[in-house]
Design a protein around this ligand. Structure first.
Ligand code: KG4
Length: 364
């Protein structure tokens, strides 16, 4: 099996990639602009946009990789978790593509793929690969989890958010500040101009001893600050200077990062105790694009005597490259799908990996 088409459609990015002989040759991402007006992803609009984008995105990925459809040996696709309507578009397209071209299909768990993005290799690009077992902080728009990764497909969750995901908190705070969606990149930019100590925000759950996280209180605290700038406490009427917004962004980014670092420290204690041979911490998911967080994680790793790695920025947010890569790992274990599957909007990443089902497609 040498050439894999990876298809990602779990949320609001339509993406496709081509992986050939263990290298990602192309990775095309169509980020859906339609959600900007709403300050958050709108599931129904996301599935419509996937329907519109999927063929051009796949065609472009094939073109940029310099291959033809007939060169593809298998189709890897995100089966879940994610928005059902969005998953239906990607899985249905993948089924049609596989049937028409007599290809086997490989289901991929989106969360596992985010983590495996740390292994992606590209032509001519040096990359550092973590060694098993490593500890991962997975922080995206839909998830915040701490996971010990034992193998490409064997993962053990040791903590998670009990309410909002870290990325969701960035998005919701941006929305109350009147900043565009997705909130992460713009908060990162505004925070560079701000004073992170002017607004003191809470660190939810930081006094609990477990590795679980919480971000909804942080979001509420930001909302309350914005309300205080409105004569009638209505955020729509808030009159607020750009510098104030920058200071709030900096304070929020500091608080969110400190919550993550605090829980990661707790997870490191468990990791070092249970797996003394472990020596790597890794970050993944959309929030892993944040340079401030990456810097703080590097500092923590140095303090703890651990190595730190993170995927290149383009493989942090949702992308087909990570799906193709995770698909390759499953293909190497002979794990293909029959065609009679449905998407899995909920699919824990630590569920036992399904047994190899044999090459369910037509072309082995
Ligand atoms: O991984 P992803 O594309 O989607 C999920 O699988 O959930 O992550 C998207 C999330 C959004 O919430 C976005 O605001 C956040 O990642 N994000 C960032 C940054 N870039 C994207 N958060 C903080 N800083 C960033 N630079």
């Amino acid at each position: 099996m040498t050439v894999i088409l990876g298809i990602e459609s779990s949320c609001d990015d339509t993406s496709a990639a081509i992986l050939k002989d263990g290298l990602v040759l192309s990775n095309v991402i169509a980020s859906q602009k339609v959600h900007e007006a709403y300050g958050g992803g709108v599931p129904e609009l996301a599935s419509r946009a996937h329907q519109q984008n999927i063929i051009p995105v796949v065609s472009e990925a094939i073109k940029r990789a310099g291959i033809e459809v007939k060169d593809i040996d298998a189709v890897a696709f995100t089966r879940g978790p994610g928005l059902l309507g969005s998953l239906l578009v990607g899985t249905s397209f993948a089924k049609g593509f596989a049937l028409a071209n007599h290809l086997p299909m490989i289901e991929v768990n989106h969360l596992q793929a985010h983590i495996l993005a740390n292994f992606i290799k590209e032509p001519g690009v040096e990359s550092r690969q973590p060694s098993f077992p490593f500890l991962t902080l997975l922080v995206s728009g839909g998830n915040s989890q701490l996971i010990v990764v034992h193998d490409y497909l064997k993962m053990e969750m040791i903590g998670q958010t009990i309410d909002d995901a870290a990325g969701e908190a960035f998005d919701k705070c941006a929305k109350v500040m009147g900043l565009p969606y997705p909130g992460g990149p713009i908060i990162e930019k505004m925070a560079e101009l701000g004073n992170e100590n002017r607004f003191v925000l809470p660190r939810p759950l930081c006094n609990s001893n477990d590795c679980n996280m919480s971000f909804s209180g942080l979001k509420t605290a930001v909302r309350k600050i914005i309300e205080s700038y409105a004569p009638d406490n209505n955020i729509e009427h808030a009159i607020i200077r750009k510098q104030d917004i920058a200071d709030i962004c900096a304070g929020f980014q500091l608080a969110a990062t400190e919550c993550l670092i605090h829980k990661l420290k707790k997870a490191i204690v468990t990791y070092k105790t249970k797996y003394p041979q472990g020596k790597d911490i890794v970050v993944s998911g959309g929030v892993a694009s944040n340079p401030y967080l990456r810097r703080k994680l590097q500092e923590l790793a140095d303090l703890e005597g651990l190595a730190f790695s993170a995927p290149p920025i383009k493989f942090c947010t949702d992308n087909g490259g990570m799906i193709a890569w995770a698909g390759m790992e499953r293909a190497l274990k002979g794990m293909y799908n029959d065609l009679d599957f449905k998407p899995r909007p909920r699919w824990p990443l630590d569920e036992n990996a399904p047994k190899a089902a044999g090459a369910g497609g037509v072309k082995a």
